[in-house]
Design a protein around this ligand. Structure first.
Ligand SMILES: [Zn+2]
Length: 152
C-alpha cells in the first residue's frame, strides 16, 4: 500500500482502466494511461517517471520493484473510491481528459477561433491543454472543471 500524503502521487493506469484514467484526470490526478504494452515496459515507465502503477492485473501488482495499486473493482465509482482511499484526494485542478496534459488559462481572443461560435459568444473563460491543444470552458461537457471552479 502506498504511503498517504497531502500530494497524490503521479499514476500510471494500466490497460482496461481507460475510463478510470479519464475520470481521475477530471478529479485532478496526474494519470497517464498506457495499453498494449508488455508488463516490463509498464514497470519501467512507472519507475522512470516515479508513478504508482494502477492495474487490474493482480500478478503485475504483486511484482517486486514496482509501486503498484491493485484495483479489484469492475465498477467505475468503486474504482475511483479505491484510488482515493489508497492515495488520498487530489488537490490539483483538472487535467485534460483526453491526454492528461496540464490545462492553462487562455483569453477569449485566443479561444475564439478554437471553439464553436455560440461558445465564443456566450463564454468568457477558457482553458487549453498544453499538450494536445484541446479547449475547455466552464459549464460545458466537462463537469470536473466546473466542480473545481466552484470549489475555489
Ligand atoms: Zn490534452
Amino acid at each position: 500500500m502506498p504511503e498517504m500524503g497531502a500530494k497524490a502521487p503521479a499514476l500510471l493506469i494500466d490497460a482496461m482502466l481507460g475510463t478510470l484514467a479519464r475520470r481521475l484526470r477530471w478529479l485532478g490526478y496526474d494519470a497517464e494511461y498506457r495499453k498494449d504494452l508488455p508488463d516490463q515496459a509498464m514497470i519501467r515507465i512507472a519507475r522512470e517517471e516515479n508513478r504508482l502503477l494502477v492495474t487490474r492485473d493482480k500478478e503485475l501488482a504483486g511484482r517486486r520493484g514496482v509501486r503498484a495499486l491493485y484495483i479489484p473493482a469492475t465498477e467505475l465509482t468503486e474504482q475511483v473510491q479505491q484510488v482515493i482511499a489508497a492515495v488520498g484526494p487530489s488537490l490539483h485542478p483538472p487535467r485534460c481528459t483526453v491526454c492528461n496534459g496540464e490545462l492553462i488559462a487562455i483569453s477569449s481572443a485566443e479561444a475564439r477561433p478554437l471553439v464553436p461560435p455560440y461558445v465564443a459568444q456566450t463564454q468568457t473563460e477558457f482553458v487549453r491543454c498544453r499538450r494536445c491543444g484541446r479547449v475547455y470552458w466552464p459549464g460545458s461537457h466537462w463537469p470536473g472543471l466546473q466542480r473545481w471552479r466552484q470549489g475555489k
